[in-house]
Design a protein around this ligand. Structure first.
Ligand code: SF4
Ligand code: SF4
Length: 122
């Protein structure tokens, strides 16, 4: 995400756009970033906060996750905000950002302003 040493980010018209509307998905089998392992809607935000912190993720989960089931597996979508996003749209902890952020490939999905469903760059 923001701050990655790739050319697209260097010329991005909306740096940090990729950090503003993140949805983390927790699958029942704990993939891909299994940071939750319980299904407790009543206390899920607190639980998510604790688990995110324990995995060194700075994100703040927004109030209620969205639960669902796909191919027989339960999942929860947590929308999160990132307090490390600086006002000018760059990462405040670039050197220590989560692996999830390091793994993000610009233009790979709708979080990035350069994303196009056809896979072509604007
Ligand atoms: S929106 Fe895309 S190009 Fe802009 S900073 Fe994020 S990943 Fe880089
Ligand atoms: S830690 Fe940095 S790269 Fe990751 S979402 Fe927050 S501001 Fe973006």
């Amino acid at each position: 995400m923001t701050g990655l040493p790739v050319k697209l980010c260097d010329v991005c018209p909306k740096p940090g756009n990729c950090c503003k509307t993140i949805t983390l998905t927790e699958y029942q089998d704990n993939k891909p970033y299994g940071f939750l392992s319980m299904w407790l809607p009543a206390s899920s935000r607190l639980y998510a906060l604790v688990k995110l912190a324990s995995r060194d993720m700075p994100f703040l989960p927004l109030p209620e996750p969205e639960y669902g089931e796909l191919d027989g597996k339960k999942y929860a979508n947590y929308k999160v905000s990132c307090p490390e996003l600086l006002p000018h749209g760059r990462c405040g902890i670039y050197e220590h950002r989560p692996q999830l952020c390091k793994d993000y490939a610009p233009a790979s999905d709708a979080l990035c302003v350069y994303y196009q469903p056809e896979g072509e760059l604007k």
